[in-house]
Design a protein around this ligand. Structure first.
Ligand code: TRP
Length: 380
C-alpha cells in the first residue's frame, strides 16, 4: 500500500513556533525523508469558515500567510502538494455521504469540539443569550474525515488536540467499509515525539499559544520582536535572586529550550553564559538545568541563550519568507497547481465511494445495466 500523508491548518492567523515544533518541523522532516509516496498539505479555509462565517476576509488574508509560513519553514512544493481546501469541492460531497454514518450524539461527545464550543461561546442552551451552535461547525469532524480519506491518507501528523478527529475518521472508515464494502483507508495518527512539543505553552506560561492571548512568537516575527517577547517571558516566580535555586518544570524558558535546543548550540552560543560577575561553560541542556536548580544562574542568561537558540531556527525561515513576500504570484501559482492535483486525487476517491454506494448511475456500463434491470421489471 502507498504511504500517503495528509495534514493541514486552519488559516486564521500566521503560524507561530508552537505550530513549528508541534507539526511543521516534523512535516518537513517527513517530506525530506523520502519515505512517503505522496504528501498533501491542506490550508483548511472551509473548516476555518465553520466558526468564522462572518469574517471570510480574515480567512482569505491568512491563506497567503500560512502558505508563506509553510514554504519558508521548508515545505517544498516540488515534494508536497500544498492546496486550498475549498477548491476541492469533492470534499464537501464526501462529507454529505459520511454525515449519514455519524450520530448527533457521537459528535456531541467529541472533546475537542466541546472545548472549542466553550471557547467560542457556542451553546445548545437556548435559555441564555449565547450564540447557538452553527451546524457546519458542529459537523466539522465529519468534514475532516473527508479531508483525510479523500487522499487515502495512511498517516496524519497532527497535535494531540486532533486525536478525537482521527478517532472519528477511523470510525467513519470502518462504518463505510462494513456497510458498502472495502473502499476507504483507515489512517494512523502521528503525534509529536517530544513532550515539550506536544503543546508548547505561550510566552506567558499559559497552556497554549493563541493569538487572542497575545502570547505567541510568530515564525515571521523580526529578530527584535522575538527578543522583546523572550525578555518578557514567564520563568519561575520563586526565582527572585540569581542565587536562589530555580525551578525548571513549568518554566517556559526551559520548555522552549527542550523544544528548540540542539547539541551544537552550547558551543555556538557559549558567550551567552559569560557574564560580568559569573561565567559558566555548559555542554548540554541538562547541565544548564542542574545549574539553574542549584542557583546562581540568572534568568537573563538563559533568556539570552534561548533567544539565540530560537533565532538559529527562525533566521533562515525569515529569510526565505522575505524572498516569498517579494514573489506573491509564485505563491498563488503553487496553491493553484496544488489544488488542481488535490482535486484530481479526491475525485478518484469520490468515484470509488459512489461506486461502492451504487450511486454512480451514469458511469460507463452502469447505465446500460440499470436500464436492462429496470426494463425487465416493467416488461411483463
Ligand atoms: N483541524 C485542523 C486544525 O484545526 C485542521 C485540519 C482540517 C486538518 N482538516 C484536517 C488537520 C485534516 C489534519 C487532517 O488545525
Amino acid at each position: 500500500m502507498e504511504k500517503i500523508i495528509l495534514t493541514g491548518d486552519r488559516p486564521t492567523g500566521r503560524l507561530h513556533i508552537g505550530h513549528y515544533v508541534g507539526s511543521l518541523r516534523r512535516r518537513v522532516e517527513l517530506q525530506n525523508s523520502g519515505e512517503y509516496d505522496k504528501i498533501f498539505i491542506m490550508i483548511a479555509d472551509a473548516q476555518a469558515l465553520t466558526d468564522n462565517a462572518d469574517n471570510p476576509e480574515k480567512v482569505r488574508q491568512n491563506i497567503l500567510e500560512v502558505a508563506m509560513d509553510y514554504m519558508s519553514a521548508g515545505l517544498d512544493p516540488e515534494k508536497s502538494v500544498l492546496f486550498i481546501q475549498s477548491q476541492v469541492s469533492e470534499l464537501t460531497e464526501l462529507t454529505f455521504f459520511y454525515q449519514n454514518l455519524v450520530t448527533v450524539q457521537r459528535l456531541q461527545r467529541n472533546p475537542t469540539v466541546k472545548q472549542e464550543m466553550q471557547l467560542r461561546g457556542f451553546s445548545d442552551d437556548n435559555t441564555d443569550n449565547k450564540a447557538g451552535i452553527p451546524v457546519g461547525f458542529f459537523c466539522y469532524p465529519i468534514s475532516q474525515a473527508s479531508d483525510i480519506t479523500a487522499f487515502k491518507a495512511t498517516v496524519v501528523p497532527v497535535g494531540e488536540d486532533q486525536e478525537p478527529m482521527l478517532e472519528q475518521t477511523r470510525e467513519i472508515v470502518r462504518k463505510f467499509n462494513s456497510t458498502y464494502g472495502e473502499t476507504l483507508v483507515e489512517p494512523e495518527i502521528m503525534l509529536p515525539d517530544n513532550a515539550a512539543c506536544m503543546r508548547l505553552p505561550g510566552t506567558d506560561g499559559k497552556a497554549k499559544m493563541s493569538k487572542s492571548l497575545g502570547n505567541c512568537i510568530y515564525l515571521s516575527d523580526p529578530a527584535e520582536e522575538v527578543w522583546n517577547k523572550v525578555k518578557g517571558m514567564y520563568t519561575d516566580p520563586l526565582h527572585l535572586q540569581v542565587s536562589d535555586p530555580g525551578h525548571v518544570e513549568g518554566n517556559t524558558v526551559f520548555t522552549y529550550l527542550d523544544a528548540f535546543c540542539k547539541p551544537e548550540h552550547f558551543e555556538k552560543f557559549r558567550d551567552c553564559f559569560i557574564g560580568k560577575k559569573v561565567s559558566f561553560t555548559f555542554n548540554s541542556l541538562d547541565e544548564v538545568k542542574d545549574q539553574y536548580r542549584a542557583g546562581g544562574l540568572g534568568d537573563m542568561m538563559i533568556k539570552k541563550f534561548l533567544n539565540e537558540v530560537l533565532n538559529d531556527t527562525l533566521e533562515p525561515i525569515r529569510q526565505r519568507r522575505h524572498a516569498l513576500e517579494q514573489n506573491i504570484p509564485y505563491v498563488y501559482e503553487v496553491l493553484r497547481k496544488g489544488s488542481e492535483i488535490a482535486r484530481a486525487a479526491a475525485a478518484e476517491t469520490l468515484a470509488d465511494v459512489k461506486r461502492a454506494m451504487k450511486i454512480n448511475y451514469f458511469d460507463p456500463g452502469v447505465l446500460d445495466q440499470l436500464i436492462a434491470e429496470q426494463s425487465q421489471k416493467y416488461s411483463k
